[in-house]
Design a protein around this ligand. Structure first.
Ligand code: CUA
Length: 152
């Protein structure tokens, strides 16, 4: 007779686990949103309106969008320069294999899958630098795949 209770309890635990995994914080706070973004064609990224020229654009008073490409074995742009005390949403994709996009020292971290767009929203605090690393094995120079996030 406790079966339903256990089932409900384990569902709650699973949801809590998912919430923990998909929500994190940098300095003031980084929230990771596992959202369904429009898929992109890895073969024609150069023609994509945003990924064709990856970079940071202002979309609101203190709001920015950063389009980033992760590929063997670098992040573009590098460094990614964003303003302090603002909300930055990263959109990251890959033209080749699966990579990671992790902001060192924070729990902002996502897998980057070719054809898909990973999205992470970060609240920046004071000016400082963060390392960016790839945390999915992606080939011979995986360990050297690094970038920089500079908050100015
Ligand atoms: Cu890219 Cu490991």
């Amino acid at each position: 007779k406790y079966e339903k209770l256990w089932l409900a309890l384990s569902l709650v635990l699973i949801l809590a686990f998912i919430a923990t995994v998909t929500y994190g914080a940098v300095g003031a706070g980084v929230s990771m949103v596992a959202d369904d973004e429009e898929p992109v064609n890895p073969d024609t990224l150069g023609d994509h309106p945003q990924f064709g020229e990856p970079g940071v654009e202002q979309v609101g008073e203190n709001e920015y969008e950063a389009y980033v490409i992760a590929e063997q074995f670098e992040f573009t742009p590098d460094p990614i320069v964003v303003p302090e005390h603002s909300t930055v949403t990263f959109y990251v994709t890959s033209p080749d294999v699966i990579h990671g996009f992790g902001v060192v020292g924070t729990n902002a971290n996502t897998m980057v899958i070719p054809g898909e767009v990973a999205k992470i929203t970060v609240e920046t605090d004071e000016p400082r630098e963060f390392g960016i690393v790839c945390n999915e094995y992606c080939g011979a120079a995986h360990h050297a795949m690094e970038g920089k996030l500079v908050v100015v």
